[in-house]
Design a protein around this ligand. Structure first.
Ligand code: ADP
Ligand code: MG
Length: 698
């Protein structure tokens, strides 16, 4: 039977049931069913001695004899209690229902195998309503020892498609197709890593004979799953490198040299130099660059972006930076306009609020090539925005843009511009590997010299007054402070109210005219936001009350305190981004995390992590462990994470192995034409036709 056939070909599956399995679990073909894996197993391979039982044991199997049976009165009715003993100790078996019938059928002092969920109460163990069988009977039967338990839904259970049914379907299917299941890896890989054969892995993942076999089967299937994703990504990267031509920036000319010699306001850090070298190597290679630049907040990505753009301009091209918000775009614009102020360079800003007249002028100078650098927001993606010859597109804080938008910038040219994606959200290496495996990655892992670490503390709401006192002292020293309130989309109205209440109480605590307060939130018009931001940037206000709109990018070096209200409601990466807003000047800066007393264990871990480290990568690792990969910013659209059996966090070692193996295979045989790779090639082709994951990563 062909595995692509619908599951109605399997004995016992009617059209009705097939429809239900499809709508509830997405299972359509035999192959889908075969790859629908149990999430746990009932392990009947192990027998426990009674004295080995632990209070946290779940389901256990014990051999022993019943020595006594009695009926015990309780609040309502009674329960039947049997004393069950083995050589090591004794426990109880308990029944609430069918007591009479059970009492009559129990055989005293005869060996039984009992199995069930273990309870522990008042120092003694019991199993309510155990499954039991006489040892003499047990020995006669062929045992299925580890039973798979499959994910299910309420609707399936209500429609009578129980776990037992699914088990039977898969058993039937395996019987029909086992001999025909094709290997998908090469002999070499299987030998090298001592992997189980594919068909045995599938058999054992559903019906394992032992824990060891199960572990081997899972390992094989995880490896395979990760290997093919990596093979796909690595191959895509290689193809892009060789097939997609990129502009060659081989001249280091006037703009770059002049800036480097005369206008660079500081020495580059070693990390900045290294990253720049990596970028220049790409740009000179003739291949198309598609690079991710990771660097924590404040690590100095802007200057790298500028130098890269100057290189493009020296080679006769235009350059652009796209940022996710107006505030951030104008900040980039201001920084870059200032840095290049004494050079003969035209730089413009294009956002949603650019006036029509200005907009037209920008369109024109862009098309005739006199405009060299254009910085902006989504507005850059409009059809009217046509570059004469865009050489490089730099995208800041990329997790805010969907993948589709990235390629929209790309489509503007017949030859795609080089792409540099900058992100301040540190992505743990293994995750980056699985989500961005087709990009090259550069990391700025060093902060500019002289930065003082932001002192971070956690305070409860009840200490608010001493926090305010501290803020007053800082303001008296001429510093500025941020007060941030959470904004969580589901309850926008409530959050808005929190913010406004907060603003009012702050206004009372910090009265005008002595104190001036800015307020910025998501409901304001961009122009109003900008006005309030500017007042704070210019130092006209000392306090900025805001929702997370300030999360991205604003740079006010004089601000030295970040107070985060309801800090327990923020995610780790948000907290880290927010903290990055201070500590930009020469002064000691502070981050104060305010929370209520009620903290979930996870919230506690988040707050503790923040007070203990400022290393963005460490914070990202904790975040990944707490929330799982699907919730890490920027990974949501990525189908790579809808894995069937592997887990990019827990199985990161297998992931690295799978990636290296994929690189190795493609290195030796780029087109997978060699005889030994015939299975791999077949499997890859098949997967790219059928799997949902693939369309997501491409
Ligand atoms: P981010 O990576 O968060 O975008 P920026 O590019 O905004 O960081 O840089 C943060 C601050 O550090 C800016 O004020 C910038 O001028 C400064 N800076 C960047 N690189 C250096 C360096 N090598 N030495 C000193 N200051 C630097
Ligand atoms: Mg930045």
């Amino acid at each position: 039977m062909n595995l692509d056939y619908p599951i109605t070909y399997i004995k016992g599956i009617s059209v009705q049931r097939a429809t239900l399995l499809y709508t509830e679990l997405g299972i359509k073909t035999c192959n889908d069913l075969l790859n629908f894996f149990p999430f746990r197993y009932i392990d009947k391979t192990r027998f426990y001695q009674i004295n080995e039982l632990q209070p946290n044991s779940s389901e256990v199997q014990v051999v022993g004899k019943i020595t006594q049976v009695k009926s015990v009165a309780q609040k309502r009715g009674s329960r039947l209690v049997a004393t069950f003993q083995d050589a090591s100790g004794s426990m109880e078996l308990i029944w609430f229902k069918g007591q009479k019938w059970i009492k009559d059928s129990l055989k005293m002092n005869t060996p039984y195998v009992v199995y069930g969920k273990l309870n522990y109460y008042n120092g003694s163990y019991s199993i309510p309503h155990p499954e039991m069988e006489l040892v003499t009977e047990y020995k006669k039967k062929l045992q299925t020892k580890m039973q798979p338990v499959y994910p299910s839904t309420e609707k399936l259970a209500n429609s009578g498609i129980s776990n037992k049914f699914i088990r039977t379907y898969i058993q039937n299917l395996l019987q029909q197709v086992y001999d025909g299941i094709q290997e998908s890896l090469s002999v070499e890989i299987i030998d090298n890593f001592k992997l189980m054969q594919k068909r045995d892995a599938l058999l054992n993942v559903h019906f394992p004979k032992s824990q060891e076999n199960l572990a081997k089967a899972q390992y094989r299937l995880k490896f395979e799953e990760l290997f093919f994703i990596q093979l796909h990504l690595v191959r895509k990267k290689l193809i892009n490198k060789t097939k997609i031509k990129g502009f060659v920036f081989d001249t280091v000319g006037n703009n770059f040299n002049n800036f480097y010699k005369n206008h660079l306001p500081f020495d580059l850090t070693n990390a900045q130099k290294r990253v720049l070298k990596e970028i220049r190597k790409d740009l000179g290679s003739g291949a198309h660059m598609n690079r991710l630049l990771q660097g924590d907040v404040g690590s100095g990505k802007t200057i790298v972006a500028l130098l890269t753009m100057l290189l493009a301009i020296d080679n006769g091209f235009q350059a652009t930076i796209m940022a996710p918000t107006e505030i951030l775009a104008s900040q980039h614009f201001n920084a870059i306009a200032e840095l290049t102020h004494d050079m003969m360079l035209t730089v413009e800003l294009l956002t949603g609020s650019t006036k029509t007249k200005k907009r037209r002028a920008i369109h024109e100078s862009l098309e005739n090539g006199t405009l060299k650098i254009l910085i902006g927001t989504h507005a850059l993606l409009e059809d009217k925005v046509k570059f004469q010859n865009l050489g490089i597109a730099i995208i800041d804080e990329q997790h805010r843009f969907g993948v589709a938008q990235r390629s929209k910038l790309w489509m503007k040219n017949t030859i795609p511009p080089h792409i540099l994606v900058m992100t301040a959200t540190p992505i743990p290496r293994t995750l980056a590997m699985s989500v961005y495996g087709d990009l090259d990655i550069s990391i700025i892992d060093e902060l500019p010299p002289g930065r003082k670490e932001v002192k971070t503390v956690h305070r409860f709401d009840s200490n608010r007054l001493s926090v305010f006192k501290f803020l007053k002292d800082e303001i008296a020293k001429g510093r500025q402070v941020y007060l941030v309130y959470p904004l969580i989309q589901e309850s926008e109205a409530m959050d808005y109210k929190d913010l406004m209440d907060g603003y009012e109480s702050i206004s009372r605590e910090f009265p005008s005219p002595k104190y001036q307060i800015s307020i910025v939130h998501g409901k304001m018009k961009p122009a109003d936001k900008e006005y309030e931001m500017q007042r704070f940037v210019k130092g006209e206000t000392q306090i900025m009350v805001a929702t997370t709109v300030i999360e991205v990018g604003v740079n006010v070096p004089n601000a030295s305190v970040m107070v985060i209200e309801s800090a327990e409601r923020f995610g780790l990466s948000q907290l880290h981004q927010l903290r990055g807003r201070v500590g930009r000047g020469a002064d000691q800066s502070y981050c104060i995390l305010l929370s209520s007393f009620k903290l979930s264990p996870e919230a506690k871990t988040r707050l503790k992590t923040m007070t203990e480290t400022s290393d963005g990568f460490k914070i990202a690792e904790v975040d990944l462990k707490l929330r799982g990969p699907g919730n890490i910013m920027g990974t949501q659209q990525s189908g790579v994470l809808n894995l069937k059996i592997a887990d990019v966090v827990k199985d990161s070692q297998i992931l690295v192995l799978a990636r290296n193996t994929a690189i190795d295979v493609l290195h030796k045989d780029p087109n997978l034409n060699a005889k030994e790779n015939i299975f791999i090639n077949k499997a890859l082709t098949k997967m790219s036709k059928t799997s949902k994951i693939w369309s997501n990563i491409s």
